[in-house]
Design a protein around this ligand. Structure first.
Ligand SMILES: [Zn+2]
Length: 166
């Protein structure tokens, strides 16, 4: 069964029962992520699959991939960052069950109320943020402090000049 991961009031039990699947691009509301990056992803590719996991509990396996603009820690100019993550989560029936499944090395979640998949996907994107993003192998050279040109301006000029010489 296909489902909409941004739908409200999703029920993990029902999703597991119908082995719900989703793969595609979504426009994720990402207010928390927005506080950590220069520019949030325009859209997010996501793959989600529900089934029954250990102890007959609903399980979701997910993969996410998106591009955001981060701030380079060296030159303070924007930098494209690919955020990528995959995870597996079991919906425990109680805190006790979450603990016991946790001891088996499984990621568990026990929370009453409807499932918020958008928040879960956003969490994964935030965890995938690089600790200290930097342009590789080097930042665009800056003319002088306070008068930094746009990082691509110099490159554009260079291409234009090369074109003339040919
Ligand atoms: Zn840089």
């Amino acid at each position: 069964m296909l489902f909409d991961p941004l739908a409200k009031a999703l029920d993990p039990q029902r999703l597991a029962e119908s082995e719900a699947r989703f793969e595609g691009r979504i426009v994720l509301p990402a207010e928390r992520l927005a506080e950590l990056v220069e520019e949030t992803p325009a859209d997010v590719w996501v793959r989600l699959a529900f089934d029954w996991g250990p102890q007959h509990r609903p399980r979701v396996r997910g993969e996410v991939r998106a591009e955001a603009a981060c701030l380079c820690q060296r030159c303070q100019e924007p930098l494209r960052c690919v955020l990528q993550s995959s995870w597996e989560l079991i919906f425990a029936a109680s805190d006790e069950q979450a603990r016991s499944l946790g001891e088996e090395g499984l990621d568990c979640h026990h929370e009453t109320g409807p499932l918020n998949l958008a928040a879960m996907i956003e969490d994964e994107l935030m965890l995938a943020l690089p600790m200290a993003p930097r342009h590789e192998p080097a930042c665009a050279p800056l003319a002088c402090a306070g008068q930094a040109p746009h990082p691509f301006a110099a490159l554009k000029e260079l291409f234009a000049r090369d074109g003339h010489n040919k």
